[in-house]
Ligand binder design. Structure first.
Ligand SMILES: Nc1ncnc2c1ncn2[C@@H]1O[C@H](COP(=O)(O)OP(=O)(O)OP(=O)(O)O)[C@@H](O)[C@H]1O
Length: 526
C-alpha cells in the first residue's frame, strides 16, 4: 500500500517493477499485470508513461502495454487482445475490463495468470458505488486461478489520500461528525481488507503521513458574490496568465465557463463526462499544444473541467488550479490541487467562494486539512482565514472587466441555449420522421420551440450586436487606474513602461506579476 503526495511519481513506483518483469520474461506471452485506474484519461496516460519508459526494451509488440477503457471501440480492443504478445500489461478501467472478460470467457484464465494487480487511486474504491465491478473481476479471476493452483498475485494499491473522513460531504457534514485522524489508517485498512481480501496485513509505505496538501502548492482564496465567479475567474486569468486548470462542480458550469472565456478571447478547452471519449482526448491534446504555444507569449491557456480531470492527470506546466466551485469533498480538493506543483515544481491553487461557503464548507475543509502535527493549542487559536491567504484583489481592474464580463456571459447563455434548442430540434425532427408526423405543420411543436427560444436565447440581430460591441471592448487594452488622465503622469510612468515593454502584457500601468510570487510575498509579510 503506497501513499505519496500528488505528482510525486507513484506511476513509476509500480510501473518500473512491472516493466522489469516484462523484460525478464521477454519470450512469454503470459500477462504480467493489470493496472486499474478510475478514469479513462488516466488509463491512457499511464499507458503512455510506461510505453515511453519501456520503448527501448519492449520490442516484441506495439501492444504489449495495452489500455482497455470504455468510450473507445470494444471491437478494436477485442482484436488487439488476439495479437501475439499483446496485453502483457493491461491498463484498464474496471467497467470495460469486466465487459471484455464477460463477453469472452477465454480471457478469464488468461488474465488469471498475472503476478501483479495494481489499483491506482485506490481510495476511490472505498467510496460507495465504485466497487461492484472491481469485486466481480476479482471473483472471476480468483476462481479461475484456483483451478490451476497458483499462489496469489501481489496486490499493490496507491493513492495520495487514504482517509475515510476525506470523503464526507463538506456541505452536509456536521462539525461533530468530524473524527480525529487517530487510527485513521487502521480504519482504512480494515475497510480495504474486507474489500480486497488481502491475505495478510499489507506493507504500508507512507511518504507523507503529516502533510495533506503538499508544501509546494500555494493555496489562496478569492471571496466574491455567488454570481461573480465568472468575473473573478476572468480577473485571475487576466492578471496572472499561464497554463491554468479550472474545476467546476457541474457539467453545465463547465460548458458555460468555457463559452464565456472563449467569448473573451481566452484560449479555453473543456473536458467533462458527457463528452465522447474521442472529444475528451482531443481537447486534452489541443490544450497541451496551445499551452506550449501560449506560454512563450505569456498568454493564458485554460482547461475547464469537471472532476473527471481531478485525479491522476499529469499535464506538464500547469501553473494554476482554480476551484470555480468549492469541491464537494476534501479528497477532491487535494487531488484537484495536485494537478499543479508536480515533479518537484511549485504551483498555485485558488478557491473562488462566496462568503456563505466560506463560513460553512470552507471551514470544514480547512479543519480536515489542518496539520495534525501542530500543537493542539496553537491550532485551536489559529484563525482558519490565516491558513488560506486571500488573493489581493485590485478593484479598479475588476471594474474595468465588468462590462465585458457581463456581455460575454449573456452571449455564452445565448450560445448554449441555441445549441440545446438545435439538439432538441434535430431530436424532434428525427422522432417526427420515425412517427411519420409533419413537424412544421404541428402548431404545438412550433409554439414550444418559439417559447423556448424566447426564454433562453437572444434574437439573431441582438446577438450580433452584443458580439460586435464586446469585440470592440476587447480591442481596447485594460488600463489600471483609468482615473490617471495622462500616460506620463502619476506615480507610474505608463508611457515609459509601454515604450520599454516593461510591465504587464495585457494591463497597461500594471507591473508584470506572478501568482506564485505574489502569494509567497504575502506569506512573508504575514
Ligand atoms: N525520479 C523522477 N524524476 C523526475 N521526474 C519524475 C520522477 N519520477 C516521476 N517523475 C515525473 O513526475 C510527474 C508526476 O508523476 P506521477 O504522475 O506518477 O505522479 P503521482 O504521484 O501518480 O501523482 P497523482 O497522485 O496526482 O496521480 C510525471 O511527469 C513523472 O514523469
Amino acid at each position: 500500500m503506497g501513499k505519496a503526495a500528488t505528482g510525486s511519481g507513484k506511476t513509476l513506483a509500480y510501473g518500473i517493477p512491472l516493466l522489469e518483469s516484462l523484460v525478464s520474461e521477454p519470450d512469454s506471452s503470459k500477462p504480467i499485470g493489470i493496472i486499474f485506474t478510475p478514469t479513462r484519461e488516466l488509463a491512457q496516460q499511464v499507458t503512455q508513461h510506461l510505453k515511453k519508459l519501456g520503448q527501448l526494451v519492449i520490442k516484441k509488440s506495439k501492444f504489449a502495454i495495452l489500455p482497455l477503457t470504455g468510450g473507445l471501440s470494444i471491437q478494436k480492443q477485442e482484436r488487439l487482445l488476439k495479437y501475439e504478445n499483446s496485453a502483457r500489461i493491461v491498463v484498464a478501467t474496471p467497467g470495460r475490463f469486466l465487459e471484455l472478460i464477460e463477453k469472452n470467457l477465454d480471457l478469464i484464465p488468461r488474465f488469471a495468470h498475472i503476478n501483479t494487480l495494481v489499483l491506482d487511486e485506490a481510495d476511490r474504491l472505498l467510496q460507495d458505488g465504485h466497487f461492484e465491478e472491481f469485486e466481480k473481476i476479482l471473483k472471476l479471476l480468483g476462481s479461475s486461478r484456483k483451478s490451476f493452483n497458483k499462489i496469489g498475485w501481489q496486490t499493490m494499491i496507491f493513492s495520495a489520500t487514504f482517509s475515510l473522513n476525506l470523503f464526507s460531504k463538506l456541505v452536509t457534514m456536521s462539525w461533530k461528525s468530524l473524527k480525529k485522524d487517530e487510527n485513521e489508517m487502521e480504519q482504512v485498512l480494515k475497510h480495504l481488507m474486507q474489500k480486497i481480501r488481502f491475505k495478510s496485513k499489507p506493507v504500508i509505505v507512507d511518504t507523507n503521513s503529516e502533510e495533506k496538501i503538499k508544501s509546494q502548492i500555494r493555496e489562496s482564496l478569492i471571496e466574491c458574490g455567488p454570481m461573480e465567479r465568472d468575473l473573478y475567474s476572468y480577473y485571475f486569468l487576466s492578471l496572472y496568465p499561464g497554463t491554468t486548470l479550472i474545476f467546476c462542480n457541474s457539467i453545465d458550469s463547465v460548458k458555460k465557463l468555457c463559452a464565456y472565456l472563449n467569448n473573451l478571447k481566452v484560449d479555453a478547452f473543456q473536458i467533462h463526462s458527457s463528452m465522447t471519449q474521442k472529444n475528451r482526448l482531443r481537447n486534452l491534446e489541443k490544450y497541451l499544444l496551445r499551452s506550449a504555444q501560449n506560454s512563450s507569449q505569456n498568454k493564458a491557456t485554460v482547461l475547464v473541467a469537471s472532476d473527471v480531470a481531478a485525479r491522476g492527470l499529469d499535464i506538464p506546466g500547469i501553473k494554476h488550479v482554480v476551484h470555480y466551485h468549492l469541491p464537494r469533498t476534501a479528497d477532491t480538493y487535494i487531488h484537484r490541487s495536485g494537478r499543479t506543483a508536480r515533479a518537484g515544481n511549485e504551483g498555485v491553487s485558488v478557491m473562488i467562494c462566496s462568503p456563505e461557503e466560506a463560513m460553512g464548507p470552507l471551514r470544514k475543509l480547512r479543519k480536515m486539512l489542518a496539520d495534525n502535527t501542530v500543537d493542539e493549542e496553537i491550532t485551536k487559536h489559529k484563525k482558519w482565514q490565516n491558513e488560506v491567504p486571500l488573493l489581493p484583489i485590485e478593484s479598479d481592474i475588476v471594474n474595468e472587466l465588468k462590462e465585458r464580463s457581463t456581455l460575454a456571459s449573456e452571449l455564452a447563455d445565448h450560445q448554449l441555449a441555441l445549441t440545446s434548442i438545435n439538439k432538441e430540434d434535430s431530436w424532434m425532427q428525427q422522432a417526427a420522421q420515425d412517427l411519420g408526423v409533419d413537424i412544421d405543420s404541428d402548431e404545438e411543436f412550433a409554439d414550444l420551440k418559439k417559447s423556448k427560444k424566447q426564454n433562453k436565447a437572444m434574437d439573431k440581430t441582438e446577438a450580433k450586436r452584443v458580439k460586435a460591441y464586446l469585440n470592440q471592448l476587447l480591442s481596447r487594452p485594460i488600463r489600471k487606474d483609468r482615473r490617471q488622465k495622462y500616460l506620463t503622469g502619476g506615480f507610474v510612468n505608463l508611457a515609459d513602461n509601454l515604450v520599454k515593454k516593461r510591465g504587464h502584457d495585457s494591463i497597461i500601468g500594471h507591473a508584470k506579476v506572478d501568482a506564485l510570487e505574489t502569494l509567497k510575498n504575502k506569506k512573508r509579510r504575514n
